[in-house]
Ligand binder design. Structure first.
Ligand SMILES: Cc1cc2nc3c(=O)[nH]c(=O)nc-3n(C[C@H](O)[C@H](O)[C@H](O)COP(=O)(O)O)c2cc1C
Length: 352
């Protein structure tokens, strides 16, 4: 039910003052109610009077602009413009009015108290049943918030692009340093191993940064990028998880873990077999402080597994463990008949 205090009697007044501008019967009532109750600001201007004055402005228009009806009726709408209003949309409106066209523009307008707002304005002609131009209608919509959000989004996208560019540069510089150092010290193969890890980390960010939002990235994309160089084809790699977003830090750990697991699968595990398969799944688990992303690496149809003497053996595994410890994560490994099943958990809870 409407609040009687909010009752807008301006349509009634308009009808009394413009007795020939009437709908018949029920449509008149509906029209008046719509005009009065809509939250969209609406005004009508009369092109048959000098300087196209406003003849009707609903309550939403008055609320938006802060002017009383008496201050509005009889004036041309340009009184809403001010020092920062761009002349281009004003020119467009002038032209549309001359051509009796419909036009939509976005321009800066000013309220009675001097504050400004972005007005998405839709205006167009209204003809009577004989085709004679009777009015122009205008509907105004305050899109200041929309514009601010659009600007913020644009800025965030620019920042992500710039960051992505810098990260790529940084990773190629690190790669270069590792290569040169390796060559100078005669430890090319160690250098190569380190470089592979550096590049895995780089890839985890490369394809995802442009799409980063609020410091979180879609983990599926990062996982795809990390595993792409192994190029094992769909019959050997099945990605089962779906779109969840995780903080940057979690992606680094997961990226490096997957890189080590993939390198191991290529050397000793499922990917040494023609029909070897790796399934990777990822899910969010737990709540609040306990929230983790859980990544499951499941090798199938690999060579018969002999559990390493030191179950954590191999520098790759050690690196994984250390890394995960560093980010408060953990990994469980089980050596099944036909392959390793590893479940890594990385906390993703972040107080906001
Ligand atoms: C129905 C109608 C609604 C209008 N609403 C607005 C408005 O909300 N804000 C605005 O800046 N101009 C509005 N205008 C445009 C101005 O009234 C005027 O037409 C425009 O400034 C171009 O003319 P000018 O160059 O003579 O000022 C509206 C025009 C019409 C016909």
């Amino acid at each position: 039910m409407g609040n009687p205090k909010d009752f807008d009697d301006s349509p009634e007044r308009f009808r009394d003052e413009n007795p020939d501008a009437r709908f018949g019967g029920a449509s008149e009532v509906l029209f008046e109610q719509a005009m009065a109750q809509t939250r969209m600001a609406i005004c009508l201007c009369d092109p048959n009077k000098p300087d196209l004055p406003i003849v009707f402005a609903n309550k939403a228009f008055r609320n938006l602009t802060g002017y009383d009806e008496a201050e509005i009726v009889g004036k041309n709408c340009r009184f809403l413009q001010g020092p920062e209003t761009d002349p281009e949309p004003v020119r467009k409106m002038r032209q549309a009015i001359e051509n009796e066209d419909v036009v939509v523009v976005e321009l800066l307008n000013y309220r009675r108290d001097g504050s400004s707002f972005w007005n998405a304005l839709h205006l167009g002609p209204i003809y009577d049943s004989e085709g004679k131009l009777k009015y122009f209608f205008g509907s105004q919509w305050d899109v200041s918030d929309v514009r601010a959000a659009r600007a913020e989004e644009h800025y965030a996208r620019e920042m992500a692009r710039e960051l992505s560019h810098r990260m790529k540069n940084m990773f190629s510089v690190i790669s270069g340093i590792v290569n040169v150092t390796g060559r100078m010290r005669g430890i090319e193969s160690e250098a190569q191993e380190i470089n592979d890890r550096v590049q895995a980390l780089g890839r985890a960010y490369e394809t995802t940064l442009d799409d980063a939002s609020a410091g979180r990235i879609e983990i599926g994309q990062a996982i795809r990028a990390i595993l792409s160089p192994y190029d094992v084809g769909e019959s050997h790699l099945r990605l089962l998880g779906n779109g969840i977003r995780v903080p940057f830090a979690a992606v680094s750990s997961i990226g490096l873990v997957l890189h080590e697991l993939a390198a191991n699968a290529t050397k000793h595990g499922a990917w040494t077999r023609d029909d070897g398969l790796v399934e990777v799944d990822w899910q969010e688990k737990g709540e609040d402080e306990q929230r983790v992303v859980e990544v499951t690496w499941r090798e199938k149809f690999g060579p018969k597994v002999t559990i390493p003497a030191d179950a954590k053996g191999g520098s790759g595994n050690e690196i994984i463990d250390r890394l995960l410890r560093f980010s408060n994560g953990c990994i469980d490994r089980e050596w099944h008949e036909d392959g390793l099943v590893a479940v890594a958990r990385v906390p993703i809870w972040k107080a906001s």
